[in-house]
Design a protein around this ligand. Structure first.
Ligand SMILES: *[C@@H]1O[C@H](CO)[C@@H](O)[C@H](O)[C@H]1NC(C)=O
Ligand SMILES: *[C@@H]1O[C@H](CO)[C@@H](O)[C@H](O)[C@H]1NC(C)=O
Length: 189
């Protein structure tokens, strides 16, 4: 092998190792599946694009979420943190309900990280704007289709489930509230 070829080969090897390591770090595999049960009559709030579990349908569960960076890709969804709305039970961080007029979010299980992000703020970038919002709840990726989760399927592993104040602050027209690609980062990270 010529010197030049050897160097190219060596660089290629380094690059491959880097790519493999990066993929390894970012991969978050499903942890299981749950079988949907039919919600009891008048259960499961279909408002605000909430999905209800279907009888016999399988839903993938996750204990992990993608690795967090300076601009972590996520899907922003709309949630109510008020009593009797589509959010289900009170918030995981303090067992309380919260006003939807405050920018607050629930994060997928992996990002919620066993309450470690409770009451920390994250910055959400979307629609050309950004807003700082406090983490108060978990969007459960490990369970769903029961009373505690308003008979909704488990969360995907890349969800930032936000109060209307977040959507408002990002300047998204109300008719488009529901689901949007965003990025986010930890404040003071
Ligand atoms: C739907 O979302 C809006 C905005 O957050 C909220 O005001 C409303 O109460 C929600 N509806 C229900 C039934 O949860
Ligand atoms: C954190 O978020 C809350 C809203 O939930 C906001 O009132 C507060 O100003 C934020 N803190 C910082 C440092 O941005």
């Amino acid at each position: 092998m010529s010197n030049r070829k050897a160097i190219s080969f060596f660089l290629f090897l380094l690059f491959s190792i880097f790519v493999i390591a990066k993929t390894e770090a970012q991969s978050c595999q499903p942890s299981g599946k749950i079988k949907g049960k039919k919600p009891p009559k008048d259960q499961c709030n279909k408002n605000n694009d909430s999905e209800c579990c279907e009888q016999g349908k399988y839903y993938t569960t996750y204990k992990c979420s993608p690795t967090v960076g300076a601009h972590t890709k996520a899907v922003l969804t709309l949630n109510s943190f008020e009593k009797g709305k589509d959010g289900g039970g009170p918030s995981e961080c303090d067992s309380k309900y919260h006003s939807d007029d405050i920018p607050i979010v629930a994060l997928s299980t992996g990002w919620f990280n066993n309450m470690k992000r409770c009451f920390r703020n994250v910055t959400i970038y979307g629609n050309g704007n950004s807003v700082s919002a406090m983490v108060v709840d978990e969007c459960d990726s490990t369970m769903g289709c029961d009373l505690d989760h308003d008979y909704q399927p488990p969360c995907n592993n890349n969800i930032v489930d936000a109060s209307r104040a977040v959507w408002k602050a990002l300047g998204v027209p109300k008719s488009q509230w529901g689901e949007m690609d965003i990025t986010w980062s930890d404040d003071n990270a």
